[in-house]
Ligand binder design. Structure first.
Ligand code: ADP
Length: 179
């Protein structure tokens, strides 16, 4: 009945075909936080921090879609994230192509982390969580946005940067320079 359409499938962060496969029994306490992070914002950092109270390890995974290079080059996003989290052994920063569920399996992730800012996010996150659970029996852990950070989105930050505004207030404090 609740059939995910193929277009929903393609709304996954990284809709490329070659998944990384790889097997793992899962079951650890690793939480996979997939996203574009273009750029990584204070909203994202807040989710990571709160998730670390629940899981032993958070893997931040930057989805790479060669057809959509994005605003900040992926290598640059990775470099800045690794630099920012370098002293926290509980956080790993990776990149992946293909389906999120395949990457989750390859690292033995217990669940996928996503954030919910408003009802606008709800339908998208619901269908993704549904599809991912049907595809790979993996759960999605949703954390509600901190109300003070709920208005922050990567797209708004990109837009502000485009018009020459200072985006520093929207990035985590002490985040390496990205543009
Ligand atoms: P994607 O391209 O996969 O949507 P994003 O990098 O935009 O990836 O976001 C990754 C996740 O972080 C999404 O679940 C999104 O809802 C969540 N998120 C983004 N901004 C915030 C914020 N300010 N507060 C809480 N969650 C957020």
């Amino acid at each position: 009945m609740d059939k995910p359409s193929s277009s929903q499938l393609h709304t996954t962060p990284l809709p490329i075909r070659e998944g990384q496969g790889g097997g793992s029994s899962g079951g650890g306490s690793t939480l996979l936080f997939p996203g574009s992070f273009d750029p990584f914002t204070r909203g994202h950092a807040n989710l990571v921090e709160r998730a670390l109270a629940l899981f032993g390890e958070v893997v931040i995974a930057v989805g790479i879609n060669p057809q959509k290079p994005g605003w900040i080059p992926a290598e640059e996003r990775l470099r800045a994230l690794r630099e920012y989290y370098k002293s926290d052994a509980r956080v790993r920063v990776e990149s992946y192509t293909g389906l999120t569920v395949d990457f989750a399996a390859s690292i033995g992730a217990r669940a996928i982390l996503r954030g919910l800012r408003s009802v606008k996010d709800y339908e998208y996150e619901l269908s993704m969580a549904d599809v991912n659970r049907q595809l790979a029996a993996i759960e999605t852990v949703i954390l509600f946005a901190d109300p003070e950070l709920a208005a922050i989105s990567s797209s708004v930050v990109r837009e502000l940067a485009h018009f020459g505004k200072d985006i520093t207030p929207f990035l985590p404090e002490g985040f390496p320079k990205i543009i």
